[in-house]
Design a protein around this ligand. Structure first.
Ligand SMILES: N[C@@H](CCC(=O)N[C@@H](CS)C(=O)NCC(=O)O)C(=O)O
Length: 202
């Protein structure tokens, strides 16, 4: 199987590079310079009509959206390595729920904080920042309650769900999410971020 990741450093493609490394999946990487507009070239848009990184091709067939790629990697490679729960188990249902929660529900508030702190001038406001931080705080309380029960997202063992959720929460810390107010999340995030696969330069 030939797998190619189209990426840019320190971007939404970075967690995918980490997941491929964690899973030990052989692949090639093609850098797309999003600062010079390579993501809008016709040949790239043919792979990813959304014009963003990441894109993954599998034997030449493209897929896009980081969450979709994570879920595919989990099913295709994670189950056989014990890094993703088998289909039909209660853990598989939780894996889909928490990965989607992080990218969609938590991610929406992260985007709100991004716009309020780093977006165009007209969208920046202390009121928006305060509302976004309050929203993230409420979401982080849900995560903290789960991680108070067991060390990893699915229980006693690390899984790709920790990498996926940890990537989004880690990015939110960079923007100012109040993770330090949630001790179980804080301790878990430190463990997730210290895994060798998270140290890659991508
Ligand atoms: N949800 C999207 C987000 C991707 C995204 O925003 N990628 C950014 C880099 S972090 C990008 O490619 N930006 C280039 C652009 O918007 O032109 C996905 O996973 O594909």
């Amino acid at each position: 199987m030939s797998i190619v990741l189209y990426w840019h450093p320190m971007s939404s493609a970075t967690p995918i590079a980490c997941a491929l490394t964690e899973l030990g999946v052989p692949h090639d990487r093609v850098k797309i310079d999003i600062r010079t507009g390579e993501q809008r070239r016709p040949e790239y848009l043919a792979l990813n009509p959304n014009g963003k990184v990441p894109t993954l091709t599998v034997d030449g067939a493209p897929m896009f959206e980081a969450l979709a790629i994570h879920l595919w990697l989990g099913h295709r490679f994670g189950i056989e390595q014990g890094l993703w729960p088998a289909a039909g188990t209660p853990e598989a249902l939780q894996a889909l729920s928490w990965c989607t929660w992080s990218y969609v529900t938590y991610g929406a508030v992260v985007t709100r904080l991004f716009l309020a702190t780093q977006g165009e001038e007209a969208l920046r406001s202390p009121v928006q920042v305060e509302a976004a931080v309050r929203g993230l705080n409420e979401h982080l309380a849900l995560l903290d309650a789960r991680l108070a029960k067991h060390p990893w997202m699915l229980g006693a063992e690390y899984s790709l769900v920790d990498l996926v959720v940890g990537s989004v929460v880690g990015y939110s810390v960079y923007l100012g999410a109040p993770v330090q107010a949630h001790p179980h999340v804080q301790a878990w995030l430190t463990r997730v971020q210290s895994r060798p696969a998270m140290q890659i330069d991508a």
